[in-house]
Ligand binder design. Structure first.
Ligand code: KG4
Ligand code: ZN
Length: 334
């Protein structure tokens, strides 16, 4: 008998629900919250309210598209953390209530592990062990993936995430939130070597992105003092140069990790893995270093419940269920 799992993701500003039949995704509905655009970042209070408004319709749409009824579900999965507490609580409470009403098991999923497991939705899939660079709005991690649910963080950011560096730069340039995709778009017509920014050096496999953010702020202040139209006249070159610096910082550590672990299977995951320059540079590095690279489809890079459903499927096989008194975790290292 196939196993049907309904998964819910609500860790940040996307309300998403997905139904999986074993490891096959039958539906993946995502409601993005546009309300944050005008504030230049996610406003936690507004995010949780939007989740509350959207969650019933999103879950119903996921079941409908999958053509699976509530009574056919074998388990309910949810993102327990890390993320915004108020946002997580909406998904956690909804999942608990639904599991209780249907009298089926409840499965907690770590959002960062799920980003890595997005690689097991489609083909081709990496084989264990492999390295995964997980880059999102809240995290920047190099993960050693030993098995579906056995992962070790080899290095991570000590301050801002790389997605934050993209978004904060975009804000300085007057672009709406989330600015990462817009920097990607404008950079396509720019010269990545037009301006140079200092890359911060961190020991081992760790990262730091707060210094570069300040360097960009001072650079823009200096330039606009001389020419108030500097940003307007140079937007593609600024975007391409910032993007180049951020991506090279990621690739420097990835090369180091590949060497240290003697591993040639390299994956990327998380929202920033949708970045076209990172994808292109990774392919170039793959040819140079003889790597086999794994890049998820766009819809599985940014936040989605399909990745939660896949993670939950492997937990279901191990009967790794959680009790009804489970709570959300804003921080959760795996
Ligand atoms: O994984 P995700 O959807 O949410 C978190 O878990 O944080 O990642 C969101 C981040 C945002 O910072 C967004 O600007 C960035 O991913 N992002 C991009 C691109 N698409 C999304 N950054 C650069 N280029 C992109 N194309
Ligand atoms: Zn995420």
């Amino acid at each position: 008998m196939p196993i049907h799992i309904l998964a819910i993701e609500s860790s940040c500003d996307e309300t998403s629900a997905s139904v999986a039949q074993d490891s096959k995704i039958l539906s993946n509905i995502i409601a993005s919250q546009e309300i944050h655009q005008k504030y230049g970042g996610v406003v936690p209070e507004l995010a949780s309210r939007e989740h509350q408004k959207n969650i019933v319709a999103v879950v119903e749409a996921a079941l409908q598209e999958a053509k699976v009824s509530k009574n056919e579900l074998n388990a309910i999965a949810f993102t327990r953390g890390p993320g915004l507490l108020g946002s997580l609580l909406v998904g956690v409470s909804f999942a608990k209530a639904m599991a209780l009403a249907l009298d089926i098991p409840l499965i907690e999923v770590n959002h960062m592990q799920a980003h890595v497991l997005a690689h097991f939705i489609d083909e081709p899939q990496p084989t264990f062990p492999f390295l995964c660079l997980t880059v999102s709005g809240g995290h920047t991690q190099i993960v050693w993936v030993k098995d579906y649910l056995q992962m070790e963080i080899l290095g991570e950011t000590q301050d801002d995430a790389v997605g934050e560096a993209f978004d904060k730069t975009a804000k300085l340039l007057g672009l709406p939130y989330p600015g990462g995709p817009l920097i990607d778009k404008f950079a396509k017509n720019g010269n990545p070597l037009a301006f140079s920014f200092p890359k911060s050096e961190m020991p081992h496999l760790d990262f730091s992105f707060s210094g570069i953010k300040t360097a960009i702020l001072y650079f823009l202040q200096r330039q606009t003092a001389q020419n108030p139209k500097f940003i307007e006249e140079n937007l593609p070159d600024i975007c391409a140069s910032v993007q180049h610096t951020l991506v090279e910082m990621l690739l420097d550590k990835l090369r180091k990790a590949a060497q240290a672990m003697n591993c040639s299977q390299i994956a990327i995951a998380g929202g920033v893995s949708a970045n076209s320059y990172l994808r292109k540079r990774l392919q170039e590095e793959a040819e140079k270093n003889n790597w086999q690279v794994f890049i998820p489809a766009f819809q599985y890079c940014t936040d989605n419940a399909a990745m939660i459903a896949i993670a939950a499927y492997y937990k279901y096989l191990q009967k790794d269920f959680c009790p009804q008194n489970v709570g959300a975790l804003a921080r959760w290292e795996f």
